[in-house]
Design a binder for this molecule. Sequence first.
Ligand code: MF3
Ligand code: CO
Length: 254
Amino acid sequence: MIFLKTEEEIELLRENNILVSQTLAEVGRHIKPGVTTKQLDKIVEDFIRSHGATPAFLGYQGYPASACISVNEQVVHGIPSDDIVLKSGDIVSVDVGTFMKGFVGDSAYTFAVGEIADDVRQLLEVTKEALYRGTAQAKAGNRVGDISAAVQDYAESFGYGVVRELEGHGLGRKMHEDPGVPNYGLRGRGPLLKEGMVICIEPMITMGNRAVVFERDGWTVRTRDRKPAAHFEFAVAIRKDGPDVLTDFGIIEQ
Ligand code: MF3
Ligand code: CO
């Protein structure tokens, strides 16, 4: 069941996703060689709570932390750990959720640690651009498949893999609402996009083969070939005249 949001509800979703953006910006300031992903998780939790919200991921289906922090070959849902120490050349995807005023915020950004290789830099840029290309299709009258195909076509044109096992989703009072938003698919197919829908688009793109493995910790998803993967996510409200992006990467990139 797809819930259409009122203007007031969209503004509450925007408030949440701006707080997520600010949290990601705060984390970004602390990402450097030598920091552990557990330390970054603490920053996320403290920042969210000090702004009057609750970390939406903590306890979600038993998830044990406030952020998902996924390094290099980890695609998504990496569990923060004292044993994971960032080093120059790593990439780190930080996925953050908030709950405030009855609604959820959910966005992710992949950061570079120190100096990264040119081919890894390109993976980050292409994954983010794939998100933007998908987002450009997020308007009333289009279909979910228009978003999916735009993401897939762009990422695959660089020879990258598009992860199939996980997808974007509707966002509202719950973190995962209908519809599912795959990162691969066919133009003109899938659910019709309507004014007032709010969705998260979140390409997970691999430098090598698209196959992934689910680790035995019950959460971490990594590439089978252990090549790096990137993940960017933001929330978008569907409007008649086009996408209304509720997350602000500008805050992170300043
Ligand atoms: N941000 C993730 C998503 O978009 C959810 C994180 S899983 C959790 O689906 F368990 F950590 F919440
Ligand atoms: Co999400």
